[in-house]
Design a protein around this ligand. Structure first.
Ligand code: ZN
Length: 335
């Protein structure tokens, strides 16, 4: 399998953060427009070997400093989708936390409207379907996150199809967002929660209990057969992000990466970038790594793409249309 072919394959991406995926040249342009040295944006790229998740997340400060206007949020969304389209991503769920973009006065509604506009413009220009997930942040209060979910519900933007919880899991476990998530469940949101990224399989179980049908990362269940069984029984999908998982030390390295283990056990998984810019990766890179280290075949890439689509938060029409595109385009590669 060569990179050029993998690059062309139709792809699905469920776990992609808007802020962490803005192309470097766009971040640099935004810095220059503010009169700042563009080189400062290089801090956004995390070291290949971070100390932990908190260390990895520190790169976001410099990115967020330029994502405080409607114009830049719209531009960022458009640019991320354009990059994904270049490697034939056919469906993408782009997530962001409105509370992180209010340092210069934007409201939740304005941030969502801006990102949604970028999404709509990009999906008009490129053959890709994109939906938005709204992230609550672990380090914000229960009241702030609850209010966020209520507002998102009231705004009812058609591109927003679900919610997520992101942030420093070691310091702020799922219990810190339990009442906000209970409200989100009542409001009827589809839910994925970052969990099991910091070595604790139990947090995957609490996330499922709180209503998540997908788990961001979830790699910790690899060492807990009972938790893995519950994930399987619950038909919950783990959104794996290999480069990021190794960078944050969620997994010690490729030797311990559980993709093959999950496939053998029949656990539903998808492959994602997490943050194209912060992790300096693409979805093609992630698949190439899976091929190299886990001997993933074209047939498995196809099956995993279809699994991802099945577990996506898209409506039935989008699911059917992207599924048939994947089937059709893979016919060139998989007999
Ligand atoms: Zn993530």
């Amino acid at each position: 399998m060569n990179r050029a072919d993998v690059h062309k394959l139709p792809k699905v991406e469920l776990h992609s953060h808007l802020d962490g995926s803005v192309p470097m040249e766009v971040l640099m342009e935004m810095a220059e427009e503010k009169g700042w040295p563009k080189e400062m944006m290089k801090e956004a790229v995390a070291p290949a070997d971070c100390e932990d998740l908190k260390d990895y997340l520190s790169g976001f400060d410099v990115i967020l400093s330029v994502l405080q206007s409607e114009k830049n949020l719209e531009r960022a969304a458009y640019a991320v989708i354009k990059e994904a389209h270049k490697e034939n991503v056919k469906y993408m769920e782009l997530r962001f936390g409105p509370l992180l973009h209010q340092a210069e006065g934007l409201t939740t509604k304005e941030t969502i409207r801006a990102v949604s506009k970028g999404v709509k413009n990009a999906t008009e220009d490129f053959p890709i379907a994109v939906n938005i997930l709204i992230c609550a942040l672990r380090n914000y209060s229960e009241e702030e996150n609850t209010e966020l979910f209520r507002e998102v519900h009231d705004i009812a933007d058609e591109c927003v199809v679900g919610i997520d919880v992101a942030g420093d899991e070691a310091r702020y476990p799922n219990e810190c967002v339990a009442s906000a998530l209970s409200e989100a469940k009542t409001l009827g949101f589809q839910m994925t929660i970052h969990s099991g990224e910091c070595g604790c399989a139990n947090s995957v179980l609490t996330a499922m209990h709180l209503g998540a049908t997908r788990i961001g990362h979830g790699v910790a269940v690899k060492d807990d057969p009972e938790a893995m069984q519950k994930v399987k029984e619950g038909n919950v999908l783990l959104e794996l992000c290999p480069t990021s998982n190794i960078q944050t030390r969620a997994v010690s390295g490729w030797d311990a990466y559980p993709l093959r283990q999950f496939l053998d056990e029949g656990v539903a998984v998808s492959i994602n970038t997490d943050n194209r810019t912060v992790s300096n990766t693409t979805l093609t890179d992630e698949w190439m790594l899976c091929i190299e280290h886990c001997q993933v075949t074209y047939q498995e890439i196809k099956d995993l793409s279809l699994t991802a689509m099945k577990h996506s938060f898209a409506n039935a029409e989008v699911k059917a249309s992207v599924t048939s595109t994947i089937e059709e385009q893979f016919d060139h590669y998989v007999k």
